[in-house]
Design a binder for this molecule. Structure first.
Ligand SMILES: C[S@@+](CC[C@H](N)C(=O)[O-])C[C@H]1O[C@@H](n2cnc3c(N)ncnc32)[C@H](O)[C@@H]1O
Length: 281
């Protein structure tokens, strides 16, 4: 990392990340560093295959895909995307290297698609709600059942409908999640504000958000970062911190936490309660 870059620890992730200073510079930096257009698409996932085999958390996972559904207009989650594989394996690596703990934590995944990320989060001990649009839940449920059924899973996984921009049911926000996850969910300009509205509703002072994005469309990513920076402090997790076998120049990994000035009074109470209990212990 260059010397002038500001790095800091954000949220519950115990390693320094590079702070995103402004959206346009971040886009320039990411595209200059990674040259994503010169890289191969879908490096980790074959979209023509009906299963994605992948080992994680000491298990062999087999994620069902539905390549034929991808010809339906608007359907994007019927196959896994590289950023999902990167995020899932990053979580595993971060837990294994002691930088993150999901054990017993409430985790909400947005736009789960085929569900690999949420399944890995549950294997890592999270209490996970995997979510997507109503007509995407059948394949997602099948993947959760076939990969996490049969016992031996440290956490839990539940599948629920969640359409971005809608007012959220209490099960999502009471209590607020410790973690929000999303991979390849920033791809359509028309969905950015709805996605942000959902993230904002889900995020309190103790929530850490991990978003893995494909470096596909600089305009959409710029729009998202610019809007998100109003409410959130954003860091970019360097590839050296990802799983060594799952690094990609077509993917960026961001971590977001709510800006302290934007915290609601109950969030501030939570933080001061936490500080008091840390002092006592
Ligand atoms: C490109 S796919 C990524 C799927 C998965 N996260 C992955 O990495 O493979 C985008 C996902 O977001 C979901 N999605 C798109 N618009 C949505 C919305 N308005 N509300 C909820 N989910 C949405 C899609 O159904 C799809 O599963």
């Amino acid at each position: 990392m260059a010397e002038e870059e500001e790095v800091m620890k954000l949220g519950a992730y115990c390693a320094a990340v590079r702070l995103v200073e402004d959206a346009a510079s971040e886009i320039l930096l990411l595209w200059a560093l990674n040259d994503p257009t010169a890289r191969r698409h879908n490096f980790f996932v074959r979209h023509a295959d009906v299963t994605l085999p992948i080992d994680s958390c000491g298990r062999h996972l087999s994620i069902l895909q539905s390549p034929s559904s991808m010809s339906t207009p608007g359907v994007t989650g019927a196959v896994m995307w590289d950023s999902g594989v990167v995020l899932g394996k990053f979580l595993e690596h971060a837990v294994d290297s002691g930088k993150l703990s999901l054990k017993g934590k409430k985790v909400v995944e947005l736009g789960s698609g085929c569900g690999l990320v949420g399944c890995i989060a549950a294997l890592l001990g999270g209490d996970v709600i995997l979510t997507d649009l109503p007509d995407r839940l059948k394949l997602l449920r099948r993947n959760v059942e076939s990969n996490l059924g049969g016992g031996g899973v440290r956490g839990n996984a539940d599948v629920k409908e969640l359409t971005w921009g809608d007012e959220l049911d209490s099960e999502f926000i009471d209590p607020l999640p410790d973690f929000v996850l999303g991979s390849d969910v920033i791809y359509s300009e028309s969905a950015v504000m709805d996605l942000l509205s959902t993230i904002t509703q889900l995020c309190g002072g103790n929530t850490t958000i991990f978003l893995a994005g494909e470096l596909r469309n600089d305009v959409v990513l710029n729009y998202f970062l610019e809007a998100a920076m109003e409410e959130f402090t954003i860091g970019c997790v360097d590839q050296t911190q990802w799983h060594p076998d799952y690094r990609s120049h077509r993917v960026a990994l961001f971590i977001l936490v709510k800006k302290i000035t934007k915290l609601a009074p109950q969030d501030l109470d939570n933080i001061s309660d936490r500080k008091k209990s840390e002092e006592i212990n």
